[in-house]
Design a binder for this molecule. Structure first.
Ligand SMILES: [Zn+2]
Length: 309
């Protein structure tokens, strides 16, 4: 009993606490200055295991529709919008090393959707990946020419088209700013440029909604809601800069999704721009401006014209 009595421990005031973290667990280590009868002050360390949610979940991005040949493996998927996207970085790596000049925006162009942005370059200029990821496609295709598609760890894909040279292979794991190849004019291209497309599960997203293409290379928001407006070229005009207001909450996304949808007209045999504009109460010049065409453009049967934006 006497021995036990002498062993009563008095805990002193000073505590040293620090935590050790790794991706799946955390432990709390506490160092105590303990006074013991007859032994004076001694240091004692105790460790308390803690369970925490990992900050960066490990996602197998190759598990879903991973296809090294088909640019659009998600044909049957039908992604629902609004869609929530997360980025771990606040900046991206510029795909070209010079000032980014956008020669054509995401939007309706010559009666067709232009699902990316065109960045001016000289054939041979280096093109790099905007974020970390895994190369899904690195090959020649008819429209895109030499093309690289990178899937990033938040599910977003970036497409780099019309390259003159491809420096990576499908399934290569790459870092942001890693060299992908040289810019060029291959495939369906009028002059050297980089066609940069961003998409999520096959749905092209307006690149300028997610990224600021000025010299600061900012990702507009680490947490962003993408509504339908930013996933269809018909809501935008490739000749104009779209006014960007980033949606950061579910409530705002729900409100924005209620916005008016654009109306289309499908061209029939014998139609003229004059006739279409008269029947739809709009001037020929407005119809041309909305569709980024000119008054001498030959209409094709089945072509869709946007009547309202
Ligand atoms: Zn393009």
């Amino acid at each position: 009993m006497k021995y036990l009595f002498f062993c009563v421990v008095f805990v002193c005031t000073s505590l040293f606490i620090y935590a050790q973290k790794d991706s799946i667990s955390t432990s709390l280590k506490i160092e105590l200055n303990t006074s013991k009868y007859k032994k004076g002050v001694i240091k004692e360390a105790i460790e308390i295991p803690l369970i925490v949610k990992p900050t960066k979940p490990v996602v197998d991005i190759k598990a879903d529709h991973w296809d090294n040949t088909d640019h659009h493996p998600y044909h049957d998927f039908g992604q629902k919008f609004p869609l929530e996207l997360f980025f771990t970085d606040s900046t991206y790596a510029s795909p070209v090393s010079h000032k980014k000049v956008i020669t054509s925006h995401y939007g309706w162009r010559r009666g067709r959707p232009h699902n990316g942005i065109d960045i001016d370059l000289v054939t041979g200029d280096s093109v790099v990946s905007i974020l970390d990821g895994i190369v899904r496609i690195a090959k020649y295709s008819n429209g895109f020419g030499n093309v690289v598609v990178v899937r990033h760890f938040n599910g977003l894909e970036s497409t780099y088209a019309h390259l003159s040279y491809i420096a990576v292979k499908a399934n290569d794991t790459i870092k942001r700013a890693q060299y992908l190849g040289k810019g060029g004019n291959t495939g369906n291209s009028r002059g050297s440029h980089l066609h940069l497309e961003l998409s999520y599960k096959g749905q092209p997203i307006h690149p300028e909604y997610l990224f600021d293409f000025s010299s600061n290379n900012k990702i507009r928001s680490k947490h962003v809601w993408v509504t339908q407006k930013w996933t269809h070229a018909r809501f935008h005009n490739s000749k104009r800069v779209s006014k960007i207001k980033v949606i950061k909450s579910a409530d705002e996304a729900a409100m924005a999704s209620l916005a008016k949808q654009p109306k289309f007209y499908v061209v029939r045999k014998g139609d003229t721009l004059y006739g279409i504009s008269r029947r739809n109460n709009m001037s020929v010049s407005r119809l041309c401006k909305t569709n980024a065409i000119n008054q001498n453009t030959t209409l094709k049967i089945g072509q869709k014209l946007v009547l309202e934006l």
